[in-house]
Design a protein around this ligand. Structure first.
Ligand code: HEC
Length: 122
C-alpha cells in the first residue's frame, strides 16, 4: 500500500466522521413510511410519486402551490441532502405552509424524497 493510499484512507475516514451525523437523517428514515406521509401531507401541492411530473392543478389556497416541485425533481436537484431538506421543513416560508411533522415522519419523508433521486450521488 502506497503512502498516498494510506493518506486517502485517513482523509476518507475523517470525512466520514464529519458527514456521519448529518447523514443520519438520511439513513434512519424509512422511505416506504415516508411515501405514505408524503401522499397524505404533501400530495395536494407536490407530485409526490416517481414519474408523476408536476401537478397541473396544485392546491391554490391559501398558498399558491403553483411553484411546488415534484419530489422527484427536488431529489434530483444538486445540493439537496437530508440536512437541506430538514432545514427546509423546519423553517417558515411564505410560499409553503409549515407542516409540523413528528421527528419520525420527518425522517421518513426525507428518506423517501432522497430515494427518488435517480440522477446524482448524494
Ligand atoms: C399547500 C401546498 C404545499 C404543501 C401541502 C406542501 N408543500 Fe412543499 N412546497 C410548496 C411550494 C409552493 C413550494 C415552493 C416554495 C418556494 O420555492 O418558495 C414548496 C417547496 C418545497 C420544498 C423545497 C423545494 C425547492 O424549491 O427546493 C420541499 C423540500 C418541500 N416543499 C417539501 C414538502 C413536503 C415534504 C411536504 C409534505 C410534508 C410539502 N412540501 C407540502 C407547497 C406545498
Amino acid at each position: 500500500m502506497s503512502y498516498r493510499q494510506i493518506l486517502q484512507i485517513i482523509v476518507g475516514a475523517g470525512t466520514l466522521a464529519i458527514v456521519a451525523p448529518a447523514a443520519m437523517g438520511q439513513t434512519s428514515g424509512d422511505p416506504q413510511a415516508g411515501q405514505a406521509v408524503a401522499v397524505e401531507q404533501c400530495a395536494q401541492c407536490h407530485a409526490v410519486l416517481p414519474g408523476e411530473g408536476v401537478l397541473e392543478n396544485p392546491d391554490p389556497l391559501p398558498f399558491d402551490g403553483a411553484g411546488a416541485l415534484a419530489f422527484e425533481d427536488i431529489a434530483n436537484t444538486p445540493g439537496v441532502t437530508a440536512m437541506a431538506l430538514s432545514a427546509w421543513m423546519t423553517s417558515i416560508h411564505p410560499t409553503m405552509p409549515q407542516i409540523l411533522l413528528s421527528e419520525d415522519d420527518l425522517n421518513d419523508v426525507i428518506a423517501y424524497i432522497l430515494s427518488l433521486n435517480t440522477e446524482r450521488d448524494i
